[in-house]
Ligand binder design. Structure first.
Ligand SMILES: Cc1ncc(COP(=O)(O)O)c(C=O)c1O
Length: 462
């Protein structure tokens, strides 16, 4: 391992980094990114990388967008901070909430602003609990999410998340958080089961779970339209069509976690529109501001708002809110981002790029290391396996995904590896056809180099 640079050493001695083996990281050190432009970021040596993950699934408009910079600067000059507590307000938050209601895929009455996807999902759960107390249904509190879902890391959001790394030794999930089966056909369908049959079985299993728990105890079902951090899992055909009536039958509120899929990722404004379902409430974050500033939100139906009103009348105060929720500078940037999305037809163009992206992605299914290459819109996952026929995964300790990420970085491409050696791709929505080709050419070289390494080290043996 080459010695760390001065800046890298300072990093290792001062920061706790999320989502890394902290022990290995001490020797490997960070990749320090200094600047960005378009779909490229540059490290401290000036080396360019295609940002194949749009940061963390967020920089939809790419880097260095001067209009967003200007919107932030202008708002900061005018009013650098204001809050929404205790009856105060400001025009960027009002305008943004109006705009979100206008573009919402289902009738939305009000928007509650917060700062992160985790806070949005945490708030969803608190609001559902509050709602059911207001309706005099104090037992209706359990929340169902899915195995491999990712909904964040705060105590409640991590409980919703269906990944062991977010639970183990954090004493999570909390009681009352249930995980339904993961809708991944490649991994969990029975032999010979069609996508539709698999979807029907999952809907039946969800129904059975709610009945077993008691419908009077189950409050909500939360789902990402396409699961992101769990490994880019596109649900089987007709999945949501079959899940929706189950939730409706048991009066279980459906929450769409649009933190990744919202704002054009699947080629539609919201992911639920692409997947054909109508949620009761929606969580948004990330591309809401193209990742330029932290801002997130919960979009609520009128029925919930009425219950919040009733509860406020009863107990006096709606006791929930974040200091920086709806921060005026972040709200101004989000407004500008949405203006650009609309003016420049960013989502329509992403939909036009999607077949090009998906065709190049699907070609990796022929690669000896790839078990499944899958995706929708401008999101993709490449699952690396030790044996294509049996779908056997590599031993986790071999760190194949992490090694593939390094090979990609050597080629000038940033991708991410998530649990199960799945490489994830989620480029800025403004990527061009030529840039998509360049991204996949780099990924192909990285996979070939990974395969050479796997063969040299004999890591594919069972
Ligand atoms: C679908 C989804 N929900 C929630 C979150 C949590 O968002 P944050 O990291 O902003 O708390 C993420 C983050 O990646 C996400 O992908």
């Amino acid at each position: 391992m080459p010695p760390l640079s001065n800046l890298a050493t300072r990093d290792v001695e001062t920061l706790v980094h999320p989502y890394i083996n902290l022990a290995n990281f001490r020797a490997a050190g960070p990749l320090i990114i200094e600047r960005g432009q378009g779909i490229y970021v540059y490290d401290t040596d000036g080396k360019p990388y295609i940002e194949g993950m749009a940061g963390l699934w967020c920089t939809a408009l790419g880097y260095g967008n001067e209009e967003l910079v200007e919107a932030a600067a202008a708002q900061m000059r005018k009013l650098s901070f204001a809050h929404l507590f205790t009856g105060k307000s400001h025009d960027p938050a009002i305008e943004l909430a109006e705009k979100l209601k206008e573009i919402a895929p289902v009738p939305i009455s009000k928007v509650f602003f917060c700062n992160s996807g985790s806070e949005a999902n945490d708030s969803q759960v608190k609001l559902v609990w509050y709602f059911n107390n207001a309706l005099g249904r104090p037992k209706k509190k359990k929340i169902i999410s899915r195995v491999k879902a990712y909904h964040g890391v705060t105590v409640v959001a991590a409980s919703l998340t269906g990944l062991s790394a977010n639970h183990r030794d954090f004493d999570l999930p909390l009681p009352g958080f249930l995980h339904a089966a993961c809708p991944h056909h490649y991994r969990f369908a029975y032999a010979g089961e069609s996508e539709e049959q698999f979807a029907a079985r999952l809907a039946e299993e969800l129904d059975a779970l709610i009945v077993k728990e008691g419908p009077e105890t189950v409050a909500a079902f939360i789902a990402e339209p396409v699961m992101g951090a769990g490994g880019v899992i596109v649900p089987p055909k007709t999945y949501f069509e079959k899940i929706m009536p189950v939730c409706a039958k048991h009066d279980v509120s459906m929450i769409s976690d649009e933190v990744i899929c919202g704002f054009g990722r699947l080629g539609t404004t919201f992911g639920c529109e692409k997947l054909g379902f109508k949620p009761n409430a929606i969580s948004i974050a990330k591309a809401l501001s193209s990742g330029y500033l932290p801002i997130a939100g919960v979009m609520l139906p009128e029925t919930m708002y009425q219950a919040l009103l009733a509860e406020s009348r009863k107990i006096g105060v709606f006791g929930h809110g974040f200091t920086y929720g709806g921060h005026p500078v972040a709200a101004a940037v989000a407004l500008k981002a949405i203006e650009i999305y609309t003016r420049d037809r960013v989502f329509e163009k992403a939909a036009e790029m999607a077949p090009i992206f998906q065709a190049r992605l699907a070609a990796f299914n022929a690669h000896p290391l790839v078990g499944e290459a899958r995706g929708l819109g401008l999101i993709g996952g490449v699952e690396l396996v030790a044996d294509k026929r049996s779908k056997r995964s590599f031993m986790p300790q071999h760190g194949i995904g992490a090694r593939a990420v390094q090979f990609a970085e050597a080629e000038g491409l940033i991708v991410r590896s998530v649990l199960g050696d799945v490489l994830t791709l989620c480029p800025p929505l403004v990527i061009s056809a030529a840039e998509i080709d360049e991204l996949f050419d780099r990924l192909a070289r990285a996979l070939d180099n990974t395969l050479d390494w796997v063969s040299r080290e004999r890591l594919a043996q069972g």
